[in-house]
Design a protein around this ligand. Structure first.
Ligand code: AHG
Ligand code: MN
Ligand code: MN
Length: 295
């Protein structure tokens, strides 16, 4: 395994260090904050809390030059030019709380992190690492870099936070078992509905309404997750910089594939940091079939 990038390690140390605090803060933050985010979605109190904590933690990491969040209009300058050559800094993009509509129903949520070696917006090819925290019954963190993908358990012990690797080479299983597709069926384009009808005969439905939780099922059991293009929303729901690119990077490093229906997610050229994109991600043969079905 290549020696880990110390800045990437420091970034994921910082993310792990916030996780127990974010989890502990959620019980009192299951309500709307009263504001909307740059995507025009209602922001929960938990979203704001996670965004502030992660913003403070990540901008304090040496080697982070810029910080962008799903919950903030503009990038935060954290010092150091991003992508400018030797000794340059990274841009970190986060979805502080993915699946925060699950706060009310107490279901899975996560934090998504992308570490880009270029000023944002950038393509996923500029990612040097990506990861997510999954707030399930156990707090886990999945981290991908050019050496592969690992799963860790994050625990708070006596004021410090430990990261324990539980799987050091996470790969998508060859035989897929599960699928989860977002959006309302009547809003799906006909070609996607026809593909879904085939998949329903082959795989088991696992959909929890938080991309991180649903993608973690696919990484664990094999299969396909999608938040598709919708008839009235051809760009789908998920955001390229904060959600689709980091997830595509992780799944591709684990041996899978990710597409917007036509193009590898990592090759998409964004216009703005809050751009949305349809996301179809999972085992390569299923993603290939999906691309053929949507042609
Ligand atoms: P976020 O909470 O960061 O806005 O993301 C929610 C996303 C994603 O987690 C999930 O796949 C999708 O929205 C679910 O959308 P619906 O609730 O519309 O199904
Ligand atoms: Mn999200
Ligand atoms: Mn979010």
């Amino acid at each position: 395994m290549a020696s880990p990038d110390p800045v990437v390690e420091a970034i994921f140390d910082a993310v792990a260090a916030t996780a127990p605090e974010i989890r502990a803060a959620l019980p009192g933050r299951r309500v709307k904050s009263g504001t909307d985010n740059p995507s025009g979605e209602s922001v929960m109190a938990g979203d704001l809390y996670a965004d502030e904590l992660l913003g403070d933690a990540l901008t304090a990491v040496d080697g982070v030059g810029s910080f962008v969040s799903e919950e903030r209009e503009a990038a935060v300058d954290a010092g150091g030019a991003v992508g400018s050559g030797d000794g340059d800094a990274y841009a970190v993009a986060i979805d502080p709380l993915d699946g925060s509509s699950n706060l009310r129903s107490n279901n899975a949520m996560g934090t998504v992190v992308g570490v880009y070696d270029a000023p944002l917006p950038a393509t996923g090819r500029d990612l040097v690492a990506a990861g997510y925290v999954l707030y399930g019954p156990i707090t886990t963190m999945v981290v991908a870099d050019d050496s592969g993908v690992r799963e860790e358990v994050v625990e708070a012990d006596d004021g410090s936070v430990s990261r324990s690797v539980v799987e050091d080479d996470l790969r998508l299983p060859d035989d897929p078992l599960v699928y989860g597709f977002g959006g309302r069926v009547p809003d799906w384009p006909d070609a996607f509905t026809a593909f879904a009808r085939e998949i329903e005969d082959e795989l088991k439905l696992r959909y929890g309404g938080a991309m991180v939780g649903d993608v973690n099922q696919v990484l664990t059991y094999g299969g396909i997750f999608a938040y598709p293009a919708l008839v009235d929303a051809p760009e789908g729901k998920l955001r390229l910089s904060f959600e689709a690119n980091p997830i595509a990077y992780i799944v591709e490093q684990a041996g899978g594939a990710a597409t917007d229906g036509d193009t590898d997610i990592l090759d998409i050229e964004p216009e703005g940091v809050h751009d949305r994109v349809p996301l179809y991600v999972g085992n390569g043969e299923l993603v290939d079939r999906l691309e053929t079905a949507l042609d």
